[in-house]
Design a protein around this ligand. Structure first.
Ligand SMILES: NC(=O)c1ccc[n+]([C@@H]2O[C@H](COP(=O)([O-])OP(=O)(O)OC[C@H]3O[C@@H](n4cnc5c(N)ncnc54)[C@H](OP(=O)(O)O)[C@@H]3O)[C@@H](O)[C@H]2O)c1
Length: 254
């Protein structure tokens, strides 16, 4: 029987790339998101991708695809979702909240609250709900962000919210062992997350990042999916926040 990975926020960007990657690893994949149209499109794409994989690609039976509309900020809905799944081997939380980006003095208290609800609270309540059905040999992987430690002006809110998710990882890895807890901490990755920025500002931001980064480019969702795959599959890795930023942290001296 295949292992099953559940990807919360798996209908776009890093979560969707992770779902594709996991199908290639021979795992069954269940994705969630809030928007039914986005979920339908993701399921169509993933099902088509699964159809291109053969048993020899995946070292066994190719993975199956399923999905549900669930808001990761809704604790009752998230508990009901996990309770209906049966056995789960791995959970990846890629849901995102509002950005709370911008100069510290201009970010409203409401924006900060929403950012914390969308990320810290969504990650926490998802992990609690998942633990009811998670295999004891399983894992939970959070997605934080390299901005948490980058000291970039205009990112205090974003940094704080992502740092709070990263801070939980080693604690939970000890408190809830043998379940493994890890996180991936991406630098800039080209996904729809950036759609809140106008096209010119986004192009300037991406170009500046590529120029100042040892890897010479922004991240692709597949770069992060690949790192998540390592964290899921390596049973001797727990309590790790894995930075995948093309080396940007070195260039900025952080
Ligand atoms: N892109 C980057 O440069 C970057 C860098 C560092 C860290 N990250 C982090 O990586 C994670 C994934 O981001 P991404 O770039 O892949 O963004 P994305 O393309 O916007 O994807 C976000 C996914 O999360 C889902 N989602 C958002 N809120 C949700 C909720 N409350 N409940 C359930 N699903 C929810 C979205 O679907 P619906 O909208 O339909 O719910 C979508 O499937 C985020 O936590 C983000 O902070 C991104």
């Amino acid at each position: 029987m295949n292992e099953r990975v559940v990807i919360i926020g798996g209908t776009s960007g890093i979560g969707l790339a992770t779902a594709r990657h996991q199908l290639g690893e021979g795992r069954d994949v269940t994705v969630t998101g809030r928007d039914p149209g986005r979920l339908r499109a993701a399921l169509d794409e993933l099902t088509a991708h699964a159809g291109t994989l053969s048993a020899s690609d995946t070292d066994g039976t190719p993975g199956e695809v399923s999905g549900s509309v669930v808001d990761a900020q809704d604790e009752a809905a998230t508990r009901e979702f996990f309770a209906g799944l049966g056995r789960v081997d791995h959970v990846v939380v890629a849901a995102t909240g509002s950005t709370a980006a911008g100069p510290f003095l201009s970010v409203t208290t409401d924006a900060l609250r929403q950012a914390a609800e969308g990320k810290l609270i969504a990650h926490s309540l998802t992990a609690r709900a998942a633990l009811d059905v998670l295999s004891p040999t399983g894992s939970i992987t959070f997605v934080t962000a390299a901005s948490a430690g980058a000291a970039m002006p205009g990112t205090a809110g974003l940094a704080a919210v992502n740092a709070s998710v990263a801070a939980m990882v080693p604690v939970l890895a000890v408190e809830l062992a043998p379940v493994r807890f890890n996180a991936v901490s991406p630098g800039i990755v080209d996904t729809p997350w950036w759609d809140w920025m106008d096209a010119d500002a986004k192009a300037d931001t991406f170009a500046a990042y590529a120029k100042s980064t040892p890897a010479g480019r922004c991240g692709r969702p597949e770069d992060i999916a690949d790192a998540i795959s390592f964290l899921l599959g390596n049973s001797f890795t727990t309590g790790v926040v894995l930075t995948v930023d093309g080396g940007a942290r070195l260039a900025s001296g952080v």
